[in-house]
Design a protein around this ligand. Structure first.
Ligand SMILES: [Fe+2]
Length: 258
């Protein structure tokens, strides 16, 4: 994707987002998603650049980053929530919205299908097996970039006392509670964290550590390290137990190898 194609996409996407403004102002929840999308597009560019991808691939990664949460705008307008379980799958709706709004008009078939699939599958639990190698490369990148920003949002919202404005992060769990044995066991054995075992914000942090282990690209791990995210997390941990801090040590070792 050329720089000009990327700029065209961005202009068109911003016009689409502007439709959700009232008297020039977005609903605060929409504003959060606009800012998230912009940061994710910058992170996608940084990760792709960090892996030494050529310019057209870096531009494509940035485009996917900007567009990945397009469905958050109609989703919140229609259902008043970002909970997919209570409304609609926002990856699938993103695919449909990009198509219905003609946001990818003029792109060649291959990058167009790649963007649609990356948006559709960015939020799925498992990577689908039906993608081309090129599509999977970009899907992995948007999943890394999205998580990188979730790490930032989690830290920022606790630091500024706005955690409860982010129900996706607060998840209705006990902010000051101890980490649960089940979650620590899962992390230590390298298993996926079962959301049903999560009871405290400490558990939420362990989940995020597990996501750091799941990052696909070394340049994503380097960004986590360079941004000092582990140290930032430790600063704001509501409880610090030895076993919890050991999990952080494990992750720090992993990041140093990237
Ligand atoms: Fe998303």
């Amino acid at each position: 994707m050329t720089r000009i194609e990327l700029q065209t996409l961005e202009d068109r996407w911003r016009v689409y987002v502007d439709r959700f403004r009232t008297d020039g102002v977005l609903h605060p929840m929409h504003q959060l998603k606009l800012e998230h999308s912009i940061r994710v597009s910058a992170d996608a560019r940084a990760i792709a650049g960090g892996m030494g991808w050529p310019d057209d691939e870096v531009n494509l990664a940035e485009a996917v980053g900007l567009l990945h949460d397009t469905a958050r705008f109609p989703q919140f307008e229609q259902y008043g929530t970002f909970s997919d379980a209570e409304s609609v799958d926002h990856g699938d709706l993103g695919f449909q919205t990009l198509e219905a709004e003609g946001l990818l008009a003029g792109l060649a078939d291959e990058p167009r299908a790649l963007i649609l699939h990356s948006v559709q599958y960015h939020n799925k639990k498992e990577l689908p097996r039906i993608l081309t190698a090129h599509e999977e490369k970009h899907l992995r990148l948007i999943r890394d970039a999205d998580r990188l920003d979730i790490f930032f949002i989690c830290w920022e919202s606790i630091r500024t006392g706005h955690i409860h404005d982010n129900p996706e992060i607060a998840m209705g769990i006990d902010f000051n509670g101890l980490p649960s044995d089940a979650v620590l066991d899962q992390f230590e054995s390298g298993e996926a964290i079962d959301y049903r075992s999560m009871q405290s914000m400490a558990d939420r942090f362990v989940l995020q550590l597990s996501w750091m282990h799941d990052l696909s690209y070394d340049s994503s791990k380097r960004l986590v390290r360079e941004r000092g995210l582990l140290e930032k997390f430790i600063d704001i941990l509501p409880v610090k137990t030895d076993r919890l801090l050991n999990c952080f040590e494990t992750t720090a070792t992993l990041l140093e190898q990237a």
